[in-house]
Design a protein around this ligand. Structure first.
Ligand code: AMP
Length: 220
């Protein structure tokens, strides 16, 4: 068994990729790379790279590949911080990114691609209700499940806010981009012979985690 798997999580925004990626990273003792978190952290620091990415993120557009590829190359290259097992959350998002990932991994293929399936109407509802901690976006709340103290994170003292791209316009735009650019990646993986498993993303997070874990253990 490969103790440090290389995993990709695919799925619509709001399908629960971030939540499951955190659990999987801890379970398999692997690094978690969320490109969205990385861009938001850089934007909060005010770096030129982060502010450039923010322009696209706030309007619900994808950040251009030239920006994304630089980050990925640095993280995933042999000997880099993610060279010993990882779960990718939010990357790849286009076929060109999936091809770039294969190139960067250079003979160290992905072990399994998990597609978390959740219907569009459910993710629209989840995203409109979603509230996140500004200090750690893995600390996720919702309008119906708020923190105990008025919009202050229960797990750290971060402020809990609505993401700028969780407005109705940006949500719909992001989901349209998902259908156009990200969904076809499944065919790419299907035809490249990588194990691609669709996991039902409905239910509580423990149930979804068990489904993901069982799918991963079955291929390792
Ligand atoms: P997420 O937190 O994964 O929903 O990502 C938030 C935003 O970051 C996305 O709507 C994009 O603007 C940008 N982003 C994250 N990952 C990528 C990627 N792989 N390619 C292009 N843009 C990305």
């Amino acid at each position: 068994m490969n103790p440090r798997p290389r995993l990709v999580l695919l799925g619509k925004q709001g399908a629960g990729k971030g939540t499951q990626a955190v659990r999987l990273a801890s379970h398999y003792d692997i690094a978690h790379l969320s490109t969205g978190d990385m861009f938001r952290a850089q934007a909060a620091l005010g770096t030129a790279f982060g502010l450039e990415a923010k322009r696209y993120m706030d309007s619900g557009d994808l950040v251009p590949d030239e920006i994304v590829f630089g980050v990925i190359e640095e993280c995933l290259a042999p000997g880099g911080p993610l060279s010993d097992g990882f779960v990718l959350d939010g990357f790849p998002r286009t076929r060109a990114q999936a091809e770039e990932l294969e190139r960067v991994l250079d003979g160290r293929p992905i072990d399994i691609v998990i597609h978390l399936e959740v219907p569009r109407e459910i993710v629209v509802d989840r995203l409109s209700q979603r509230r996140v901690c500004v200090k750690n976006s893995a600390h996720i709340y919702s309008v119906s499940n708020p923190p105990k103290v008025a919009w202050q994170c229960d797990q750290c003292d971060g402020e809990v806010i609505q993401r700028e791209d969780d407005t109705p316009e940006a949500i719909n735009k992001r989901l349209d981009i998902y259908e156009r650019d990200t969904r076809p990646i499944r065919e790419f993986y299907g035809s490249s012979g990588r194990p691609l498993v669709t996991v039902d993303g409905l239910g509580d997070t423990d149930e979804v985690f068990e489904r993901c874990r069982a799918a991963i253990d079955a291929v390792l």
